[in-house]
Design a protein around this ligand. Sequence first.
Ligand SMILES: Cc1cc2nc3c(=O)[nH]c(=O)nc-3n(C[C@H](O)[C@H](O)[C@H](O)COP(=O)(O)OP(=O)(O)OC[C@H]3O[C@@H](n4cnc5c(N)ncnc54)[C@H](O)[C@@H]3O)c2cc1C
Length: 402
Amino acid sequence: MFDFTIVGGGPAGTSAAITSRVAGVNVLLLERGIIPRHKVCGEFLSAESLGLLYTLLSSEHKPLLKEAIRIAQTRIFLDGQTINTPVHPEAVSIARLDLDAALWASAQECGVNARQRVTVHNISGSGPFRIHTSDGDFESRAVVNASGRWSNLTADTSLSNGSAERWLGIKGHFSEPAPERSVDLYFFEGGYCGVQPVNLRRPGTEENRINACAMVKADVASTLMEVLNCHPQLKERSQNWRPLSNPISTSPLLFRIPMPDRGGILMAGDAAAFVDPFVGDGISLALRSGALAAQCLIPFFRKDISLQDAALAYRRIYQERLAHVFNASNMIRRALKLPRAIRRPMIYFVRTIPSLPKYLVKRTRGFAELDSLENSPNWNENPARGTREGMGVGFDQDSAND
Ligand SMILES: Cc1cc2nc3c(=O)[nH]c(=O)nc-3n(C[C@H](O)[C@H](O)[C@H](O)COP(=O)(O)OP(=O)(O)OC[C@H]3O[C@@H](n4cnc5c(N)ncnc54)[C@H](O)[C@@H]3O)c2cc1C
């Protein structure tokens, strides 16, 4: 019998695990795959959650933030025009191999019972719960489902939006001479591709690494090479790229309204809702919602409130602080789908009023005191640089595909 079981070892699950373990809760964290592995992700981490990330990481892993490449601007290439917006406070670029590994190790270091290669098949009961897994059954007073946007535990909810369009996510790392500290978004009919510099914290990895990550309709492109040819400026830019990883893909990508709890189980990260990747806020939402879910459950573990009240508190706080991000990103996605003849003057309008892109970016961020690196106490301490060895990295097909 555990107090708390968390399904999924990504940013949402590890954030919930560390937050509750630090408060003295007996936590079981179950991950069906191997951590770390490459995941389909643009690897852009917005400033709003960097302070939270700093507090979640153990002291050995805090240098991850200091060593990360800072992203100071966004360039959007759309309909032959370019919109430049400073990213302020600066965001960072962190490879998922490094981020997921650091969070997982930090969870273990603070005493979370973290187990890889354990698949949760289903969960029965309404509190306490019975967790049926590939490694036997467990009992738990509370459960957070942080199993991502498309797992055996979330697929039925995702399908309910009835969308006929099939979208893919595709990612690869390449070498590019002297990449700028910019996140560049190339939009074309039926998708877009983000490009930004990224580094890997391990010996022998190349300098000048970039991440190219696309969200594209399945009938427009099915490989990263096809994506790179979908936009003239991207095509030109990628001529001299050298692949540093095997491309990986994931499907389907479905959007639905957020569902913060279900049958007494709290949902965190993509399991609660998947935000359109172009806003670059999915990891932040995962970290924040995981921590919030744990915080709402702590009074329940102390027997101060019921599980229903904890779930209600989480639903409320999710609506207050995070739900508007989905509304804003849905609105922008709808605008991008408008016919080109309407879109072009809109883009011109956005370009001529520099405060407008900044406002739109702000609307796609969770309501939180801006938890940037600069505002986060002590993030700058421990200047140790250098690399860690023996991370057991494997290039793997993203788990959402299997
Ligand atoms: C194309 C694309 C680009 C993106 N770009 C960005 C970006 O630049 N910036 C950003 O912030 N976000 C981006 N995102 C979104 C971001 O990747 C997600 O929001 C983030 O990974 C969510 O974290 P999570 O912990 O909720 O889920 P995940 O990271 O998916 O973790 C869920 C974990 O649960 C495990 N799991 C699943 N089922 C089970 C089970 N039954 N039992 C046990 N374990 C299970 C999985 O193996 C997985 O490791 C992008 C997404 C896509 C698709």
